[in-house]
Design a protein around this ligand. Structure first.
Ligand code: FAD
Ligand code: NAP
Ligand code: SF4
Length: 676
């Protein structure tokens, strides 16, 4: 039987290298690159993806010199000793049948070191240091360092290199008027600004010869003011091709862009249009990237001829076997990246090793393993939310006999609510994945079954896992029983109609989600044109940075979001996504009121006051009040099962409701499964 994804799985010759398929693992900085003693972990991480079938892997970005470090003592490829160490990686990947390229990344002004450099002394929002303007000699040396770095990569056994020319790093800083104010041969005209990138490629090609792959990661949409125009981007692509580039890998936006580029609310394959337009102007292969997370999306891109290759980065954190599963028509088994950024990008921004919310083994392959058990046990798992699902499937995968009890008529727990939030449609994929994994691993699932302590105690279980999760906190406000009051599950499930004027109590992640849900008719993530208008994105070839005026669809309700604390809203949201939620609510005109006391609820609406003296009393006249005031653990069963002692395990929200999220729930479930 033929494959469902013939184009995706067809080989391609790129430069001197033949790739076994069209899937490229895009560069991700995992944090493991920065310390030599993690090289074995890094090799295991790449090898697992190579065994999973990907054609070409691109490493995280290695600096060609110390000035280009992303952070102090970050990874670099500068000496022959560096190159020799990398043999562990290249050998492991080659043994598994894939190719691997080293990414060369000079951070320029984004470097967090005091010796940072840039074409001009324009400060970066990400570094406390103002970069030094490169001299003519400095520029020549930096170009030579790139060429030397590529030579060392060849010595290390890599099949090629990728030059990072996007995301606002050094090369991009030369390309854009925003960061290049020079008046010599390296600044001013388009040709002068492009000289640095082209010269780097020329010298790399001269240093490595013909039999070595050169990829160039270039910005095809800048999404910053005073970025390059699309006309300039096309000119650059043609020049790079002439200078010796074998593949153009596309890149979207700068780190400081105020257009979301990889969040879950970005429509799938949202930026492929830019890639397709660029491809019309070059003859070398072009690779599409960003928000491509399922094989059918990737296959469609190739079928339309919009690109020759598909870069998957986070989807391969989520599922190292993605390619093999696609090849074997096991798409239902793919653990899909939900683009939450919670364990990948947010970890990078907070100095933690990258992992994945839906796959806590990512970057921990040698540390967290679900090995076959030698003594199969009978295990009851109570609760089919993310924690219980991870535990049940992990335990069954190891060979235990697992029965899963869920009170509701479906699996998912609170995730079944999350998936109904506009822009969080991807969360549905996680539930689909777990459903398929329960079946494959042979877990016996009892839906509509609220188990009691007596049933569990009588069940003769070797182990009992309580993953009973959380329930919404009930508030003690006069009038809380008024018919206008809804809990957040009631609002999400649309159990009762919600009027045109709404107050939302509590501005945590769920308060923000509910406010977004109430202001839109349909999810902008499912409508590319609406999403582009919402964020002011244009495909006008002459627009600087591909930006235009934002035209958000008007809100369908008047929403007031409230919190008791003073200070800014949304401080507990994800590091890399919080600004998106804040911008989305601002665009919808959601009123935000902090420092409030909730006095009472009556037919007029929600009565509030301010400060310890309860001053400034007023009524917010609304049709409904939605309570999003956090949650409490559901652990009634634990007390009653005390006599069973060490056989009872608490995970997820049942263990601790404070600062609970699905990342912790899945991580705890998986870790417990690995140890029982
Ligand atoms: P739960 O999801 O609460 O699951 C517990 C399960 O146990 C439930 O299905 C319940 O019915 C069952 N149960 C309870 N008692 C019994 C019993 N006696 N017998 C049988 N079954 C029982 N998290 C993120 O990380 N990122 C997000 O973007 C995000 N967005 C969210 C958006 C919304 C609108 C909501 C509501 C939540 C969101 N979350 C998000 C939070 C995330 O869903 C929770 O942290 C996670 O679901 C907690 O998992 P859990 O398994 O511990 O508990
Ligand atoms: P939360 O983030 O803890 O927020 C609860 C909100 O309710 C706070 O704003 C709090 O602010 C308010 N509150 C707490 N106790 C209250 C009380 N007694 N009376 C009135 N208000 C009270 O919880 P959540 O929004 O329910 O989210 C639950 C978890 O899901 C979070 O930990 C989060 O990580 C996860 N989640 C994540 C995302 C995401 O995008 N990553 C999205 C949704 C949910 P004040 O005390 O100032 O009023
Ligand atoms: Fe994807 Fe979220 Fe995993 Fe990152 S943490 S790889 S965004 S699922």
């Amino acid at each position: 039987m033929g494959s469902a994804f013939p184009r995706l799985l067809s080989p391609l010759r790129v430069g001197s290298v033949t790739l076994r398929n069209r899937l490229v693992m895009g560069s991700m900085h995992t944090g493991l690159e920065d310390r030599d003693w993690h090289i074995d972990r890094l090799a295991a991480f790449f090898a697992e993806r190579a065994r999973g079938g990907v054609g070409l892997i691109v490493t995280g970005g290695y600096s060609p010199n110390r000035e280009g470090w992303l952070s102090p003592f970050a990874c670099a490829m500068i000496t022959e000793a560096d190159a020799r160490r990398h043999r562990t990686i290249t050998d492991a990947v080659h043994e598994a049948g894939a190719k691997i390229a080293l990414q060369i990344l000079h951070a320029g002004r984004d470097s967090e070191v005091p010796i940072s450099v840039s074409p001009s002394a324009v400060p970066s929002p990400f570094s406390p240091f103002v970069p030094r303007e490169l001299t003519e000699e400095g520029i020549q040396n930096t170009i030579a360092d790139h060429a030397r770095c590529a030579e060392l990569a060849k010595l290390a056994g890599y099949d090629g290199i990728e030059v990072m020319g996007g995301e606002g790093f050094l090369i991009n800083q030369f390309l854009a008027p925003r960061t290049n104010t020079r008046t010599d041969q390296w600044g001013g005209s388009t040709a002068n600004r492009q000289r640095f990138a082209i010269e780097i490629v020329r010298q790399i090609r001269a240093a490595v010869g013909d039999n070595f792959l050169i990829m160039f990661r270039m910005s095809v949409a800048e999404f910053v003011e005073e970025g390059q125009t699309f006309d300039e981007i096309i000119t650059l692509a043609k020049e790079l091709q002439s200078a010796g580039v074998d593949v153009i890998n596309t890149d979207i936006g700068w780190h400081e862009s105020r257009v979301p580029t990889i969040a879950t609310s970005v429509p799938r394959a949202a930026f492929v249009g830019y890639t397709a337009r660029l491809k019309e102007h070059v003859t070398i292969p072009v690779c599409a990237a960003n928000r491509i997370n399922m094989p059918e999306v990737a296959e469609e891109i190739l079928e339309r001829g919009d690109a020759d290759l598909i870069a998957l980065a986070r989807p391969l954190l989520a599922d190292p076997e993605w390619v093999n599963k696609a090849a074997e028509s096991r798409v239902d088994e793919i653990n899909t990246c939900i683009a939450c950024n919670q364990a990948c990008l947010d970890h990078t921004f907070t100095g933690q090793t990258v992992s994945c919310l839906v796959n806590p083994r990512a970057c921990h392959e040698t540390l967290l393993q679900l090995l076959p058990t030698r003594s199969a046990k009978r295990v009851a798992v109570v609760g089919a939310g993310p924690a219980g699902l991870a535990a049940a499937t992990g335990l069954a995968e190891r060979g235990h006999h697992v029965e899963l009890f869920e009170a509701e008529d479906r699996i998912g727990g609170q995730f079944d609510l999350a998936r109904r939030i506009p822009g969080k449609e991807e969360f549905d994929e996680s539930i689909r994945y777990f459903r398929s994994k329960l079946e494959i691993t042979g877990v016996t699932v009892h839906l509509n079954t609220r188990v009691t302590a007596e049933q569990l105690a009588a069940g003769d279980w070797d182990e009992i896992v309580l993953a009973t999760g959380v329930r919404p906190r009930t508030l003690d406000i006069p009038g809380i029983d008024h018919p206008m009051v809804l809990s957040y599950p009631q609002a999400v499930r649309k159990e009762r109609p919600v009027g045109k004027r709404v107050a939302v109590i509590g501005a945590g992640g769920i308060g923000f989600d509910i406010s977004e849900l109430l202001t839109v008719e349909a999810s902008p993530a499912l409508n590319l044109e609406e999403w582009q208008a919402e964020w002011g994105v244009t495909d006008d070839d002459h627009a600087l940075g591909q930006l235009t005026t934002r035209k958000p669809t008007p809100a369908v309700r008047e929403v007031t979001l409230l919190q008791r604390k003073t200070g800014p809203f949304g401080t507990t949201l994800g590091k890399s996504t919080g600004w998106i939620h804040r911008a989305a609510l601002n665009a919808k005109g959601v009123t935000q009121i902090g420092g409030v006391n909730y006095e009472r609820i009556d037919d007029r609406g929600l009565h509030i006051s301010f400060g310890e003296n309860r001053e400034g009393r007023r009524v917010i006249e609304v049709d409904n009040v939605i309570i999003c005031a956090g949650q409490e653990s559901v652990r009634d069963l634990e007390d009653q099962l005390e006599t069973l002692g060490g056989r009872v395990h608490l995970i997820g929200g049942a263990d601790e409701a404070k600062e609970l999220d699905a990342k912790r729930a899945i991580d705890q479930g998986t870790r417990l499964a690995a140890t029982l």
